[in-house]
Structure formats: C-alpha cells, structure tokens
Design a protein around this ligand. Structure first.
Ligand code: C2E
Ligand code: MG
Ligand code: MG
Ligand code: MG
Length: 279
C-alpha cells in the first residue's frame, strides 16, 4: 500500500511539475514574442515639484499591448517573466523604448522631463548592464534607474555593489523604489546610497484614516536626507493625502490625484499644454 501511495504521489507531483514547466515555457514563448513583435509599450506618470507643483520628472511603466488580451499591466506578465528568467530582457527592452521616445520628443521639441526606469536586480546582474546603457546614451537623454529596496535584502551582493559603484562613477542616477515597504530599509539605504528614495504608497495610504502617519513619513524622509538622498512620495490618491503631506520635507510628488500614467502621446500633449499654460 505504501508503495502504491508513493507511486501515486509521484504521479501527482510530476503532473504538477509538468504543468509548471509548460506554463513557464509558454510564458517564455509569449514574452519573447511580445518583445519581437514590439507589443511592449511604456506609459508615463508625471512627478511634480512638492512646492511649485511643476512637472519635474516622470516614471516609465511598462504595459503589454496584447492583440488577444488587450492592454495588460505589469502585474499580469512581470511575475511570469520573472519565473521564466526574462525580467532582464524586458528591462533591457524598456530602456531602449524610453531612450527612443526621448529621441523622438527631442526631435519634436517636446519639453520632456527626466524619466525614471524600473530596473530589476536580474537586469543589474547582467554583466554588460552599465556598458550597454552608456553605449546607448546621447546628450539629449535624461534618465534614472529605480531599484526595488527588496533587491538589497541584508547586505549588498558583491556584484551588485560593483555595478552600483560603476553607475555612480558614470553619473547614472539611482533611486530606491518602494522605500519603507521592506524589512531592511535602513540597510538598503546605506548600502545603495541612492540619489533619491521613493516612499512606498503602502505608507501613504494610511494617511486617510491616521493623520499621525504624516509624522512617520516625515521621519522616513529625514532618514533619507541624512544619507544624502532626495525624497519622492508616491501613491497620492486624494486631496486629503495631498494636504497631509504638505508639512513633510520632500522634493517630489507622484500619484493618481496629480496625474495617472498616460500613453506617450497623451503625456507629450500634456507637457506641451503645460508649457503653453506657463508661457
Ligand atoms: P512601482 O515602480 O512602485 O510603480 C508605481 C505603481 O503604482 C504603478 O503601477 C503606478 O501606475 C501605480 N500608481 C501610481 N500612482 C498611484 C496611486 O495614486 N495609487 C495607486 N493605487 N497606484 C498608483 P503599475 O504601472 O501597475 O506598475 C506596478 C509595478 O510594476 C511597478 O511598481 C514596478 O515595480 C513594476 N514595473 C513597471 N514597469 C516596469 C519595468 O519596466 N521593469 C520592471 N522590472 N518593473 C516594472
Ligand atoms: Mg517604480
Ligand atoms: Mg514604487
Ligand atoms: Mg511598487
């Protein structure tokens, strides 16, 4: 009986494993296809100066314009891409998309701001990461890299530390994303020494019901400043949150209440309109 049970377990296990392997190879095929067919696009979400509310930056957010399934957000395909070992391929492609976009905006006279690009630890581990960025950069490009604080859990892997040093030496700006959401924010801050941190929206959301949360955000922002980093607050959804963070010492603001992520053309139209408004 034991033998039979053992065998049937074995069968169930292999079937599950086979399904997982099939899923991964399907994901691999689909994602490589999406890149090859040029179906990945970036939406751009503006960042605003905390005092003047002028646009001072943007974040590029990848989407998959899938002929069968419509416009898919990152949550619908990045986990699969990560499982298939393709996250670094997506990040590489997104960088190229953003640089091409800035080149077009430059040619068209669109007053584009610096653009922050989300970059996975997998991409940072590409040995050619820094070189492949530098070789593509032209004077009209203006980008920075957002790295998840969770990529630097306890201490910095030597290869990531080396990459960060090379980025700094080359003048590439680094931002620590989702700051305050992980288990070792201070360690990550001190290891990465980012140019800016982005305070995670999970810490901004409680402002709705808990006004003292502003003090926590302020403390986090001071901590970042002590390490020489600028501060972006992300995930601002309501006028109440916007009012609550007015007393917090931060540089830039991002969130649906200010601007949703927009398709590139809509983003450019908005920039041109904003400039006309000022002029
Ligand atoms: P993130 O880098 O923290 O980006 C911010 C996410 O919050 C975006 O979701 C944005 O649309 C959303 N957001 C902005 N303002 C608000 C707000 O006021 N309220 C709420 N609830 N959400 C807001 P999105 O575009 O779905 O991206 C999700 C995550 O996917 C990103 O989180 C980032 O970690 C990842 N991601 C996006 N593009 C890329 C990429 O090119 N490469 C990599 N490796 N990851 C990416
Ligand atoms: Mg980000
Ligand atoms: Mg974030
Ligand atoms: Mg996030």
């Amino acid at each position: 009986a034991a033998k039979r049970r053992g065998r049937s377990c074995h069968v169930v296990y292999s079937a599950g494993l086979r399904a997982a392997v099939t899923d991964i190879s399907t994901a691999r095929h689909d994602i490589l296809g999406a890149i090859a067919r040029d179906e990945l696009i970036c939406h751009y979400q503006a960042q605003f100066d905390a005092r003047s509310l002028q646009i001072v930056g943007a974040e590029a957010l990848v989407r998959w314009s899938c002929p069968d399934r419509g416009l898919l957000g990152p949550d619908k395909f990045l986990p699969q891409a990560a499982a298939a070992g393709l996250l670094h391929r997506i990040d590489r492609h997104v960088l190229t998309l953003v640089l091409e976009q800035q080149t077009r905006w430059h040619a068209e006279g669109v007053p584009y701001p610096p653009v922050a690009i989300n970059t996975s630890a997998a991409r940072l581990r590409d040995r050619d990461f820094v070189d492949s960025v530098l070789i593509q950069l032209e004077p009209h490009h203006d980008i920075s890299f957002e790295l998840l604080e969770t990529a630097f859990l306890d201490k910095l892997e030597p290869c990531l530390a080396e990459t960060l040093d090379r980025m700094r030496a080359a003048g590439l700006r680094v931002e620590l994303d989702d700051f305050g959401s992980g288990h070792s924010s201070v360690a990550a801050l001190q290891a990465v020494r980012p140019d800016r941190v982005k305070i995670d929206r999970s810490l901004v959301a409680p402002l709705r019901t808990r006004p003292e949360q502003a003090l926590t955000l302020d403390a986090l922002s001071r901590l970042a400043r002590l390490e020489g980093a600028g501060v972006v607050v992300e995930g601002l959804e309501s006028g109440m949150q916007l009012a609550a963070i007015r007393d917090i010492d931060c540089d830039a603001l991002q969130g649906y209440i200010l601007q949703r992520p927009l398709a590139a053309d809509d983003f450019a139209a908005m920039l041109c309109q904003a400039r006309r408004g000022v002029a």
